[in-house]
Design a binder for this molecule. Structure first.
Ligand code: PHE
Length: 339
């Protein structure tokens, strides 16, 4: 029995020494010290011993149990310390790694120029109105004094969606809608997208943006138009900007003008931006044609008005020195991030 005890103890020590994790140690504990464990079982054989041998043997078994218990506790502590170390090692965070940065959206350059323009015109008392991009022939042409055989209706310029339906070629369509629904005095701007069947290149796009302006009241003259546009040019390009009115033609205004501003890049000396001329054309304008007022039910004897149409894309490309208009429509993040 003594030999048996020795053998069990040896086997237990050996097993403890080679155990590699806490689970294995627990299995060893159950195997030797558990209710049905080998060292427990040996105690049950004590009945077969003589009364003198029993206490001796009992003491030996208890000593063996105790030392196995101690070894197990030691090994357990050792293994759990190692496990903690390993866990710490596995979960180490490398604080020198570059962080993931969240990209934040920016305001599109077209929108930031538009926001500035809306501020300028609102400070002069203009309302902002909206109009549909799909228009009827009547609003886009007919009521704007563009007769049916006018070249502006040519299939090459206009995207027709049906007999009478088209993509508006100019925000001037919104003038008519405004005059139909509002009574003078009228002072509105209508920013929006317009469409023309143009070839795409660095300065042309089949979709672009205009801001229409319209003022109708008693006694409105060309001087009011000049004053408003000069004020606008000074606010957007700076106080020293010169404004030039050139005679022009639009079917819905009489007289009509095209408006140039002195080049903000070279101050009028001539450079790449203004193609050497010193001037940049920014808009078309004029006094609202009496036929247009009449078409909208406004008496041209009593009222007069002026209108202008500003190209937003040109304004944006010159302000930010953008060399190609297509960049405004491609939504390339590398481009948009720069503003
Ligand atoms: N609608 C004209 C264009 O697209 C611009 C314009 C607007 C001219 C208002 C005069 C008055 O070219």
């Amino acid at each position: 029995m003594k030999q048996q005890l020795e053998a069990i103890k040896l086997a237990a020590v050996e097993a403890i020494n080679t155990a590699s994790d806490e689970k294995a140690i627990e299995e060893i504990r159950v195997k030797y010290l558990g209710k049905k464990g080998e060292l427990t079982a040996i105690l049950k054989q004590m009945g077969s011993l003589s009364p003198e041998e029993r206490p001796v043997m009992g003491q030996l078994v208890n000593e063996a149990k105790q030392s196995v218990e101690e070894l197990i506790a030691e090994k357990k502590a050792e293994l759990s310390a190692a496990a903690t170390l390993q866990k710490l090692k596995d979960e180490t965070i490398d604080i020198t790694m570059p962080a993931k940065t969240a990209k934040v959206g920016k305001i599109h350059p077209l929108n930031s120029v538009l926001d500035d323009m809306i501020d300028i015109f609102q400070s002069m008392g203009f309302d902002v109105v909206d109009g549909p991009e799909v228009e009827t022939d009547y609003y886009n042409f007919e009521c704007l004094n563009v007769p049916a055989d006018h070249p502006a209706r040519d299939m090459q310029d206009t995207f027709y969606l049906g007999e009478n339906l088209l993509l508006r070629t100019q925000t001037s369509a919104a003038q008519i809608r405004t005059m139909e629904t509002r009574k003078p005095p009228i002072r509105v701007i209508c920013p929006g997208r317009v469409y023309r069947a143009d070839e795409v290149d660095a300065t042309h796009s089949p979709v672009f943006h205009q801001i229409e302006g319209l003022v109708v009241d008693k006694g409105i003259t060309m001087c009011d138009l000049k004053g408003v546009l000069e004020q606008f040019a000074h606010e957007i390009y700076g106080k020293d900007t010169k404004v030039k009115f050139r005679p022009s033609f639009f079917p819905f205004t009489e007289p009509s003008v095209e408006v140039d501003v002195s080049c903000s890049e070279c101050g009028g000396k001539g450079c790449r931006v203004c193609k050497g001329s010193g001037w940049i054309e920014i808009l078309g304008a004029g006094m609202v044609h009496p036929s247009v007022l009449k078409c909208c039910g406004i008496d041209p004897e009593e009222y007069s008005g002026f209108a202008f149409g500003i190209g937003l894309d040109r304004l944006t490309t010159t302000r930010y020195k953008i060399s190609d208009i297509r960049l405004l429509f491609e939504n390339d993040k590398r481009f948009l991030e720069q503003f």
